[in-house]
Write a protein that binds this ligand. Structure first.
Ligand code: DNO
Length: 347
C-alpha cells in the first residue's frame, strides 16, 4: 500500500513539510480548487500543485475529487459538454503522473453529517450523524456546509435542483452513471489512470435524493456495467460501514481480489441507535473491524493508495472539520502499524 494524505492545495493551513514528516508518507491527495465544477483544469494549476508536492518530497498520484457536474447525474442534454471536459481532465492528470482519481456520484451533496463538533468524554470533538438532527434540517436554507461540498449554489439553484431530481429515481441515476462510465473509462484506460468511485456517505437516501453506491449488490452492478480495471472503487470504511448490512471484511476481500480497489479511506465510526459518531481510527474506538479489513486487503493483493480519513479535533487544533493535522496523522501512524503487522504475519 502507498500511504497518502489529503491536502487542500495552497489554501490548506497544513504545510506540506508537516505532511511529509508523517511516517511512511508517500503522496498527497489533492485537487484543483480554482475552477467551477464541470470545467477543464488548467495545465498550469495542475503542474503547480505537482511542483509544490514534489518540492516537499511527496508525490501527487491521487486526485480527490474531479467532481461530476449535476447535469451528468441528472442526464440532461448538456451532459455531453461536461463529459468532454471531464475526459480532458483525466487526460491532463494522466500526463501529470496521476494514477488514481476519486470521485462520487451523489446528487447535490457530498458527504453529510448533522453536527461537526460533537464533544466526547475526553474533550475531543468529531463529526456525527443523527437521523433526528437530519430530519430537522432544511437543505434549501443551506444552513450547513461541509468541506467538499460545492458552496456555489444559491438558494434558488438549490430549489431548482431538487425539482429536477424529482424525476430521477435510483434506477435513472444508475443509468446516468453507466452512461458516464462508458464515456470516461476508455479515456482513463488510455491515460493510465484508475477511476475510484467513492461510496455514498452515508449510504442511504438523504433529503429524498437518490443514492446508489451504497452496498455490495449495487457496487457489483456498477463494476460489471463497465468491466475494466480502470473502473474501480474507493473503499471508504466509514461510509459503507455506517450501514450495518454491509460486511466490510467480505467486501474488501472480494473487490481487492478483483483488482478493483484503487484507493482506501480507512477510519472507524461508532454505530449508535440513531446514526453514527466518528471516532479515533483505532479498532478499539468504534464499531468497525479495522484489522479484519486491512488483512482482507493485504491477503487479496491490494497495492493501492490508503489514506487516513476524517480525524477528530484534538490538542486545541482549529481547522476544517475532519481535516486537521493531528488526529489524521495519528490515524496514518496507526494504519501503518496495522499494515506492517499484517504484512509481517503473512510471511
Ligand atoms: C469526505 C470525502 C468525500 C470525497 C468525495 C469524493 O471527507 O471522503 O468528500 O472526497 O466524496 O468525490
Amino acid at each position: 500500500m502507498k500511504m497518502t494524505f489529503r491536502w487542500y492545495g495552497e489554501q490548506d493551513r497544513i504545510p506540506l513539510e508537516y505532511i511529509r514528516q508523517i511516517p511512511n508518507m508517500y503522496s498527497v491527495v489533492t485537487a484543483v480548487y480554482d475552477v467551477p465544477v464541470g470545467e477543464v483544469w488548467s495545465e498550469e494549476s495542475i503542474s503547480r500543485l505537482k511542483a509544490l508536492a514534489e518540492g516537499a518530497g511527496l508525490k501527487m498520484e491521487v486526485i480527490e475529487s474531479v467532481p461530476v457536474h449535476e447535469d451528468i447525474k441528472l442526464g440532461l442534454p448538456t451532459r455531453e459538454k461536461y463529459v468532454e471536459a471531464y475526459c480532458e481532465n483525466i487526460r491532463r492528470l494522466g500526463r501529470a503522473g496521476v494514477k488514481c482519481i476519486c470521485y462520487n456520484f451523489m446528487p447535490v451533496f457530498d458527504w453529510t453529517r448533522t453536527q461537526l463538533d460533537k464533544r466526547a468524554a475526553d474533550g475531543s470533538t468529531s463529526l456525527v450523524y443523527y437521523g433526528n438532527q437530519l430530519s430537522a434540517m432544511d437543505p434549501i436554507k443551506g444552513e450547513l456546509s461541509l468541506p467538499g461540498w460545492d458552496s456555489s449554489y444559491k438558494k434558488e439553484d438549490m430549489r431548482r435542483l431538487f425539482e429536477l431530481y424529482a424525476d430521477v429515481d435510483d434506477e435513472k441515476l444508475f443509468e446516468n452513471l453507466v452512461w458516464f462510465l462508458k464515456k470516461i473509462i476508455p479515456v482513463a484506460e488510455e491515460a493510465g489512470v484508475n477511476m475510484a468511485i467513492h461510496p455514498d456517505d452515508p449510504p442511504w437516501r438523504i433529503f429524498g435524493l437518490p443514492r446508489i453506491i451504497t452496498c455490495e449488490k449495487n457496487i457489483d452492478r456498477m463494476l460489471s456495467a463497465v468491466d475494466s480495471k480502470a473502473n474501480g472503487i474507493t473503499l471508504c470504511t466509514g461510509s459503507l460501514g455506517a450501514d450495518r448490512g454491509n460486511d466490510l471484511v467480505h467486501m474488501a476481500a472480494k473487490y481487492a481480489k478483483m483488482g478493483r480497489v484503487h484507493f482506501a479511506h480507512i477510519r472507524n465510526i461508532k454505530l449508535v441507535e440513531d446514526g453514527f459518531e466518528e471516532t479515533a481510527h483505532d479498532m478499539g474506538a468504534g464499531s468497525l473491524d479495522i484489522i479484519g479489513i486491512v488483512r482482507a486487503l493485504e491477503e487479496n493483493g491490494f497495492d493501492g493508495y490508503v489514506r487516513p480519513d476524517h480525524g477528530r479535533m484534538i490538542w486545541d487544533e482549529k481547522g476544517k472539520p475532519g481535516y486537521g493535522l493531528y488526529d489524521r496523522a495519528l490515524g496514518a501512524a496507526y494504519l501503518n502499524g496495522v499494515f506492517e503487522t499484517v504484512q509481517a504475519l503473512k510471511k
